[in-house]
Design a protein around this ligand. Structure first.
Ligand SMILES: Cc1cc2nc3c(=O)[nH]c(=O)nc-3n(C[C@H](O)[C@H](O)[C@H](O)COP(=O)(O)OP(=O)(O)OC[C@H]3O[C@@H](n4cnc5c(N)ncnc54)[C@H](O)[C@@H]3O)c2cc1C
Length: 195
């Protein structure tokens, strides 16, 4: 059924069908028909995950942790997990994920598709730097695994690819050790000199 869909910045409203499959076989059946755009939390400023000419496939129900290697600092999650939840889970095990967007409901899939920046990209880098491998469903190929080694061209096209290479189902992320859970604050006085 079609409904009104808005961009986060409020400049665009369209009517579009949004599917919310709850199981993988339903998801793959819908994806196999093609003509879709994956949807995360729908929090992009532009209307990146909906269009009048195709259906949006909502990923938010697919939000589980699939594996967590606490020795290597690697976590595999479904793409619909949001960044706030991810951070809670990894912090409880004394890890952190270094590239965080400015709102916790944004999904991992949305972060990959926009190759987002955090708040200190000058020394930490972009989201792409912390993706070890991902799985992607495309109607022509089914579900394939991509990394710097396997299907590397699709891997690189998918990161920052606006959801146009297929539906990301899962991703293995590289974590960093958490230095501590306290924040040190200091006050810096700045003298503004008159010109
Ligand atoms: C308050 C706020 C703060 C923000 N802060 C930052 C920031 O600090 N840094 C920054 O870089 N950006 C920031 N953004 C922008 C935001 O991180 C990106 O637009 C992000 O892509 C939104 O993800 P989403 O889960 O809402 O996905 P959507 O908006 O639904 O979709 C975004 C894109 O991801 C694709 N996509 C979603 N899920 C999948 C999937 N499973 N498989 C394949 N493609 C998929 C969609 O097709 C679409 O192209 C912010 C946005 C807001 C509203």
């Amino acid at each position: 059924m079609e409904k009104n869909v808005f961009s986060f910045d409020g400049t665009t409203t369209i009517k579009s069908a949004i599917h919310r499959p709850e199981k993988y076989d339903t998801l793959f059946n819908i994806l196999a028909k093609g003509n879709f755009i994956p949807r995360g939390a729908g929090l992009s400023y532009c209307l990146a995950s909906a269009d009048e000419k195709c259906a949006s496939i909502d990923s938010k129900i697919f939000d589980r942790v699939l594996s967590f290697d606490k020795i290597k600092g690697l976590i595999t999650v479904e793409a619909g997990m949001n960044m706030g939840e991810l951070l809670q889970i990894v912090m409880a095990a004394n890890f952190t994920f270094p590239v965080l967007p400015g709102y916790p409901k944004i999904t991992v899939g949305g972060c990959i598709a926009f190759n987002i920046h955090g708040k200190s990209q000058y020394n930490i880098g972009l989201f792409s730097k912390y993706i070890n491998r991902l799985k992607l469903f495309h109607p022509a190929n089914g579900e394939i695994e991509c990394s710097q080694i396997n299907n590397a061209d699709i891997f690189h096209l998918t990161i920052g690819g606006f959801g146009l290479t297929g539906f990301i189902t899962e991703v293995e992320l590289i974590l960093l050790p958490l230095g501590g859970k306290d924040i040190l604050r200091s006050k810096v006085m700045v003298k503004i000199l008159a010109a």
